[in-house]
Design a binder for this molecule. Structure first.
Ligand code: ZN
Length: 372
């Protein structure tokens, strides 16, 4: 069928006060040069398809027209579930937090909260992120520290290097640090509660709005002990599982001809890393060339796909491959089927547990329950 092919997606570039020119200069993307570009939205509901019979349609249009041919086990009536961005942080992003689905539905009238993750593409030497609190805190202490301009005292720095992966469940306070370029994969949501913006002003002298009180209601106040993700990898294997949360999975896959991969009933978003790739959907599909740091989408109904290096001698052509898991049980069974030990799979999956007791001091509920 001619409508099941790898659909190249037109990115959308977004100016940001903390952005720069790395997307053009480091990643080779045709980004505007006359303004600081912070984000390239690579895969998003409103992005258009560039090639083939669907050229000019947006992913949202195709979701409505193709239904489950595109979305597979995911409902085609909701927003396209994956949002992928490339982010160039020349300066620090705001310190922020995102709500979970429940809070987004009850307080924002939106279907999704936002859990997200980063694959670190490039960093300046010594680059760090802000990731979680250094110790247990509470809504009261948070309010005091913000009012006194001292929240930084409990923000936890996390040094990162290229290739690191960071998982940010809804509720985790975070900020991308200066000199970091990341691939970001997230739930399709734009709900960001900004807590602190480094007292920055834009070109017209305006500060950006803060949402300190909304943040108070959704923060995870537990001491954060997570670091960068420990991926699941077997020596010699061409697939490395890096994220397996409830909303999305992410793998780093080395392109190798003759290795068909299953779409597993999900739309599959492929982003090339340093080298160009050739991508086939299905076994006999027309091949499509994917430039470095560009993205395409494979409809779920294609069933299988193949990734090859575009240059025959490029041994290291790799892609970031994102999809929506059917269930955590299905993901677990898939990983065990690939030959990983049960215990290794369970330790890996435990890294993606949702944060508990959002908006409450640690132990608050337990203490309340102990009262007669
Ligand atoms: Zn964020």
């Amino acid at each position: 069928m001619t409508d099941l092919y790898p659909m190249l997606i037109q990115p959308r570039y977004v100016e940001r006060i903390w952005g720069g020119h790395s997307l053009a200069e480091r990643l080779g993307k045709p980004a505007p040069r006359d303004q600081p570009i912070g984000e390239s939205w690579e895969v998003y509901e409103e992005n258009g398809v560039v090639n083939g019979v669907h050229a000019g349609r947006t992913i949202g249009d195709l979701r409505a027209e193709m239904g489950r041919t595109l979305t597979g086990h995911v409902s085609p009536t909701d927003l396209f579930p994956l949002l992928i961005k490339l982010i160039d942080a020349q300066d620090w992003l705001s310190v922020q937090v995102h709500p979970d689905d429940r809070f987004a539905q009850e307080h924002e009238g939106q279907p999704y909260g936002k859990t997200e993750c980063w694959y670190v593409i490039d960093t300046a030497p010594g680059a760090t992120l802000t990731y979680g609190f250094t110790r247990d805190s509470s809504p009261d202490e948070y309010v005091e520290l913000v009012a006194a301009g001292r929240l930084e005292e409990i923000l936890r720095p996390l040094p990162v290097r290229p290739g690191d992966v960071v998982y940010i469940p809804a509720g985790t306070v975070h900020a991308i640090g200066a000199g970091i370029v990341v691939y970001e994969l997230q739930q399709t949501s734009d709900i960001t509660y900004r807590i602190y913006d480094w007292n920055r002003r834009d070109a017209s002298g305006h500060t950006r709005a803060l949402h300190v009180d909304n943040a108070r209601q959704v923060l995870d106040y537990h001491r954060c002990t997570r670091g960068t993700v420990r991926p699941l990898h077997k020596p010699g294997a061409h697939r490395t599982m890096v994220i397996a949360g409830p909303y999305f999975c992410l793998e780093v896959i080395e392109a190798a001809a003759a290795r068909a991969l299953s779409t597993d009933e999900s739309p599959v978003a492929v982003t090339a890393l340093d080298q160009a790739l050739v991508v086939h959907a299905g076994v006999s599909g027309e091949p499509v060339t994917l430039a470095p740091y560009s993205s395409l989408l494979i409809p779920a109904a294609a069933g299988t796909y193949l990734l090859e290096p575009a240059a025959p001698r490029a041994q290291t052509a790799r892609a970031l491959v994102a999809y929506v898991p059917i269930s955590s049980a299905a993901t677990r069974a898939d990983l065990i089927g690939r030959g990983f030990a049960d215990t290794d799979v369970d330790v890996f999956l435990a890294q993606f547990a949702p944060a508990a007791d959002l908006g409450q001091a640690p132990g608050a509920r337990a203490k309340g329950a102990a009262r007669p």
